[in-house]
Design a protein around this ligand. Structure first.
Ligand SMILES: NC(=O)c1ccc[n+]([C@@H]2O[C@H](COP(=O)([O-])OP(=O)(O)OC[C@H]3O[C@@H](n4cnc5c(N)ncnc54)[C@H](OP(=O)(O)O)[C@@H]3O)[C@@H](O)[C@H]2O)c1
Length: 294
């Protein structure tokens, strides 16, 4: 199988941004990089034509923005629709797997703490707007737009809803969430205070889950992808005892947020097993050390 990575945004002009991809096993034989822009209709046509499977992952993951609707929400929604419009033109297409987020499930005020959230739950767009959770809003609107488009156009869509990703980082620049984790190991509290209670998942499991739901004919709908949900204060004490040489914060200010758990029975029913918190952070720390960031 030829693996095509769509290189979006600014990366084709900057060779260092994709160097790590060429070091992956089998890259010389199977990797093809093409330029495409989420905001340009038709930009993905050439890359997608002839493919049986499309994994759409690119989406703005920024904590802050001067123009959140223009910089985060619009590219997420329009980008998803542009990719799907290209999929529609491809007669060989078997299935599309879209990377959504657990933030499309857990941002709501009416959570019953006794009932774990599953794929039937949708976050509140009103709450996201009220608390300016633009990333969450972008993921909800993009996933909803994808479902509507695929139903109208008879496209086989599956969405994967990962929790907070932890693990080794391949690219030269850390993504937004990986920098938050690095900050935590340096004693910063601000970003993780805001995260409050959160689900965590190993990056390998997120990749594995995408492949599993693509390959398993019987897979359908949305799939939550989360190993463990814990409060940030529990996380801080877990990290402080496992990695005592780092100045992990002693604790965070308690935020008034509803208690929730995730029910991941749906992905587990396909035979999927999640890696524990220990593996996520051991691999993350090893990668940060190897890159000289810690
Ligand atoms: N990190 C997490 O904890 C987490 C949790 C749940 C779901 N996810 C989802 O996983 C996916 C990957 O996220 P990540 O955390 O790995 O972040 P990331 O490294 O920042 O990846 C996002 C990708 O989207 C591209 N992108 C962003 N804005 C774009 C735009 N306007 N036009 C074209 N491309 C654009 C970026 O390209 P450039 O580098 O060129 O800007 C980058 O390659 C996203 O869909 C995210 O919502 C992440």
């Amino acid at each position: 199988m030829v693996c095509i990575v769509i290189c979006v945004h600014k990366c084709t002009g900057d060779a260092t941004k994709v160097e790590h991809l060429w070091r992956l096993e089998g890259a010389k034989e199977r990797l093809k990089l093409m330029k495409a822009d989420l905001m340009e209709e038709g930009s993905f046509d050439e890359a997608i034509m002839g493919c049986q499977g499309v994994f759409h992952t690119a989406s703005p993951v920024a904590g802050t923005a001067l123009d959140p609707m223009g910089e985060i929400v619009e590219p997420a929604v329009q980008g998803t629709l542009n990719v799907l419009r290209s999929c529609k033109k491809n007669p060989s297409l078997r299935r599309v797997v879209l990377t959504s987020s657990s933030s499309t499930v857990r941002i709501r005020e009416d959570i019953d703490p006794r009932v774990p959230l599953d794929e039937s739950s949708w976050s509140s767009t009103e709450l996201c707007q009220r608390f300016q959770v633009w990333y969450g809003l972008s993921k909800i609107l993009a996933e909803r737009a994808a479902w509507d488009f695929c139903k109208e156009n008879n496209i086989d869509l599956i969405t994967v809803l990962p929790a907070f990703l932890i693990g080794p980082s391949l690219p030269p620049n850390l993504c937004s969430t990986a920098s938050d984790v690095l900050g935590l190991f340096k004693g910063e509290t601000k970003k993780f205070e805001f995260h409050g209670r959160m689900g965590y998942v190993h990056i390998d499991d997120v990749a594995g889950c995408h492949i599993l739901v693509y390959e398993q004919e019987a897979a359908y709908g949305r799939y939550l992808c989360s190993s463990t949900v814990i409060d940030n204060n529990e996380l801080a004490s877990f990290l402080a005892s496992r990695y005592p040489s780092y100045p992990i914060p002693k604790g965070f200010k308690e935020l008034e947020r509803p208690y929730y758990e995730f029910n991941t029975a749906k992905i587990q029913s396909l035979g999927f097993k999640f890696k524990p918190l220990e593996d996520m952070f051991d691999d993350c720390v090893a990668s940060l050390l190897q890159q000289g960031r810690l």
